[in-house]
Design a protein around this ligand. Structure first.
Ligand SMILES: [Zn+2]
Length: 743
């Protein structure tokens, strides 16, 4: 049921009649009558939008003047809508204010779409293509009249066609973004998959299963083609970073990963499995007859007009081929440093480190922690026309202006090769998508020591662990200590859905863990996730990043050179001002932004929390002890195990995930069984915008761990050392002095 918001001036301050604005109705009595109705509607005199917005207090006279000036300079279209758009472009109003202004100007009700639960009866009255074509959302039905929210009340073509279809309509105004959101949410692309399944089964009965799979049809109307399109379309609309097609006994399960957590979308009969995997292989240009070996490919599609890059991985399992599709929305925009949501104590020193002329900055975390988002934001910040900036990425997912970007390929062109190439190109700033082997690490460190700023990422549970991972790779401690400026450890936590969250009684264990990490603080009110239509019944909506910054101070460098333990380095860093991810995560619990369960799931689960194993669901999680990223225990580098330290060590029980999940590739150098290594040998990390919902940077592919062992031959001699004293023989204090001199 629609909620009508009465706008200012609609009722008196007190005792005013609570009168509801009447909708403007159109009926299909006869063509002539409709023409008259539309004519009157378009022709009636109305106040100007600018005046209405002024009166509503949405803008001030200066803003109006500025917008009118802009309008004069670009006299392209007629008044109302255009002025509204200019005001939005100038940042004077948002969509909701524009909708309120239009509702007032046209004298029609404003549909409060923000809190609206879609009404199935209304949805059933307007077919999806019609609703999308005219960007209207059916809100409710009363006495046979369909009430529609539109952002463009003067679209007469829409009125005609809609009246033609449903006989009588009532017009309301809605904010455009809300209309789009509701359309995506209400018209499920998978709604008619049953029909496709039936059609498939019918055609199959006549053709035989093998025929279908061997001679794959390219008919765009074939049921299998349609089902695959529907699965992709709904995945994009659900904001999924990955789509999983998993054959089980008797069915093929389709799951989406949204905000890091998996949800089941549909189950298809397993008889469709081979045909679906053939279809996807054709799209990805893979060998369709090869069904015994893993294959990787990629393709591009347009979904609702948005260009989407899809990375595809096919892996044979006992019940058939498991397929994982990683979606990369190319229309998403870059986040700025501000939008990352770093706390000032982290952002300020991070920017200072990033703007120094040489050194290395690393972002660490598991797949899906948003490392690439951070690197891109940093790159955007430090890039300027006086610098030569070059990247080698996997894949290039955002194209910067004035930056030379390279993409690694599956055949021979890897990070190390690309990096060596870059160094012959006279760079100032270098971005290496990910460091996952000794060779790349060595070249990148040499580069940072020879006067370049190197930005990169690494799989490691936290900032201090990254240092130890380098040493596990075989890099000498003094090189690690001298090459690196700072390490960011990060995670994305799901935010509680503010529409449905409810107060709750905390568990005593939660009360104490929050107090322990936040210096005794407690939330005013404890909240729990509930689930509603806005959060797709998960209880969480959007994500927020937590970032810890390890600054390589003189003391930390010395500890590294002396192979100090993880706990020692962490302790020193905290003394020097580092706020760990766990501290920030629990602070968000105090602020009512997220839950203890969510912090446990993605950042830190104390080992004593035995009642919590199931809270650690799938999704972006912390690596576990036993994951390869943890120090395997060379002398002097014990595995972190102290749960009382403020370091973010997930020591809780391991959340189990299907082995096919590319979003969960364990980090590290010890390759698991080849097929399970992660479906994306060249994969990259999906990353979700930490802060701004609806403003998502496309998920890049996380390079899963390469199954190849680190190369034994050190290619540092391939490097052209820029300065003679910058090699491994330089001492820490030499390098520090140089760094300071050039800073
Ligand atoms: Zn909700």
């Amino acid at each position: 049921m629609a909620v009508f918001r009465r706008s200012k001036g609609d009722d008196g301050e007190q005792g005013g009649a609570r009168r509801r604005r009447k909708t403007v109705d159109f009926d299909a009595g006869s063509a002539a009558i409709l023409d008259v109705q539309i004519g009157e509607w378009v022709g009636s005199t109305r106040p100007r939008l600018g005046e209405v917005l002024l009166e509503l207090g949405s803008i001030d006279p200066d803003e109006l003047l500025r917008a009118l000036q802009h309008q004069k300079n670009s006299p392209s279209t007629e008044g109302a809508a255009r002025l509204g758009e200019i005001l939005m472009e100038l940042g004077s109003i948002d969509e909701v204010a524009l909708a309120a202004g239009l509702a007032n100007q046209f004298g029609v009700p404003l549909a409060d779409l923000h809190m609206l639960s879609p009404d199935p009866e209304a949805i059933a009255r307007i077919p999806e293509d019609l609703a999308r074509r005219h960007r209207v959302f059916p809100v409710h039905v009363e006495d046979g009249r369909v009430y529609l929210a539109s952002a463009d009340p003067l679209n007469t073509d829409a009125i005609r066609e809609l009246v033609d279809h449903c006989q009588s309509i009532g017009l309301m105004i809605g904010a455009r973004g809300e209309i789009d959101r509701l359309l995506d949410q209400s018209y499920n692309a998978l709604a008619d998959h049953h029909e496709m399944v039936q059609a498939f089964e019918l055609s199959n009965a006549s053709m035989g299963i093998e025929a279908e799979t061997e001679t794959f049809q390219v008919d765009e109307n074939a049921p299998v083609v349609k089902v695959v399109n529907q699965v992709l379309t709904q995945g994009v609309r659900s904001r999924a970073s990955d789509i999983h097609l998993e054959p089980g006994e008797g069915f093929l399960r389709v799951r989406y990963r949204v905000d890091g957590a998996m949800t089941e979308a549909i189950r298809l009969p397993s008889i469709m499995g081979p045909a679906i995997s053939s279809r996807i292989k054709v799209m990805s240009e893979l060998n369709i007859v090869e069904r015994r070996r893993p294959q990787d490919g990629q393709f591009s599609v347009r979904v609702d007009g948005r260009p989407i890059d899809v990375r595809c991985s096919v892996v044979p399992t006992v019940h058939g081929e498991t397929i994982v599709l990683r979606l990369l929305d190319k229309s998403k925009t870059l986040l700025s440093m501000k939008e990352l949501g770093m706390i000032p104590q982290v952002e300020e020193p991070f920017l200072r480190l990033a703007s120094s002329p040489l050194g290395m900055i690393l972002c660490t975390g598991p797949t899906g922690a948003g490392k690439t988002t951070t690197l891109y934001a940093a790159l955007n910040e430090v890039n300027d026309p006086t610098k030569n900036t070059i990247t080698v990425e996997d894949p290039v997912e955002y194209q910067f202006e004035g930056i030379n970007q390279m993409q690694v390929t599956e055949t021979g062109f890897d990070f190390a090769t690309g990096l060596r190439g870059i160094l012959r190109q006279d760079p100032d700033v270098i971005l290496v998508g990910e460091i996952r082997d000794e060779e790349t690490a060595r070249i990148a460190m040499q580069a940072s020591l020879t006067g370049h700023m190197v930005l990169s990422s690494m799989h490691a549970i936290d900032s201090v662990s990254a240092l130890q991972r380098f040493m596990d790779m075989g890099i000498e401690p003094f090189l690690v200590a001298s090459a690196i400026n700072g390490v960011v450890g990060q995670r994305l936590l799901r935010r509680l859905c503010t529409t449905c969250m409810e107060p709750t009684q905390p568990k005593p264990a939660h009360v104490s863990v929050v107090a322990e990490f936040t210096g005794g603080q407690q939330p005013d009110t404890w909240f729990k996730p509930v689930g509603c239509h806005r959060c797709e019944h998960t209880g969480y909506r959007g994500r927020i990043g937590v970032y810890e910054l390890l600054v390589m101070s003189e003391r930390v460098r010395e500890l590294v050179v002396n192979r100090a333990t993880h706990a020692e380095i962490t302790e020193t860093a905290i003394e020097e001002g580092m706020r760990t991810m766990a501290v920030q995560g629990f602070q968000l619990v105090v602020d009512g932004v997220t839950t203890v369960e969510e912090v446990f799931r993605s950042v830190y689960a104390p080992s004593g929390m035995d009642d919590e194993p199931l809270a650690l669901g799938p999704g972006p999680r912390a690596l576990e002890p036993g994951d390869e990223a943890l120090p395997a225990g060379p002398p002097g580098i014990p595995a972190p195990s102290d749960p009382t330290s403020a370091a973010a060590f997930p020591t809780g029980p391991a959340p189990t995930e299907p082995t096919q999940d590319p979003v969960q590739p364990a980090a590290g150098t010890v390759p698991p069984a080849p097929a399970a290594t992660g479906p994306f040998p060249q994969a990259a990390e999906p990353f979700r915008p930490p802060v701004v919902s609806g403003h998502v940077v496309p998920p890049p592919f996380q390079p899963a761990q390469s199954a190849a062992a680190p190369s034994d031959d050190h290619l540092s001699e391939d490097l052209d050392p820029g300065e003679p004293d910058s090699g491994p023989t330089a001492t820490v204090s030499d390098l520090t002095a140089r760094r300071e001199a050039s800073a």
